[in-house]
Design a protein around this ligand. Sequence first.
Ligand SMILES: [Zn+2]
Length: 156
Amino acid sequence: MTCLRAQSLITPFINDKLNMKELEEFIDHISSCSECKEELEVYFALLTAMKQLDEDKNLSDNYSMELSDKLEKAEDKIIHQKLTFFKKCGALIMIIITVTIFSNIVYKKYDLIEDKAVVTNSTFKLRYNYFESRYRYNKMGEELEKYLEWEAKNTK
Ligand SMILES: [Zn+2]
């Protein structure tokens, strides 16, 4: 951020009108540029005094203290915002990992079910064939017995 830009943000900063990105860049600049910091101090004292007069409040006796309070609060706000952002990112990553793992499990399970289904099906078919052939065999056996009985009767 240039000094010109920083100085144009002094009034919005004092009036709490900066967005997070602007606030962060502004604080960064102020903490590394003594010229702009001085400018901010002057404007802060001036604007705060005007505001206090306007609202019929007592004038502060220590504007630089109030300003450092305000700067500290702004930094806290930025840190809090960043933490929230990282927490959200972390939560998002956790959700993605969970979904990936879960879908893998479901996919594997589905695979297993499919495998099992194939095995069950073929076992069933085998069994079915087995029963069918045994039934057929029994039927032939019965017919044979009947025939033998009939033959025995007729040959007597
Ligand atoms: Zn500067």
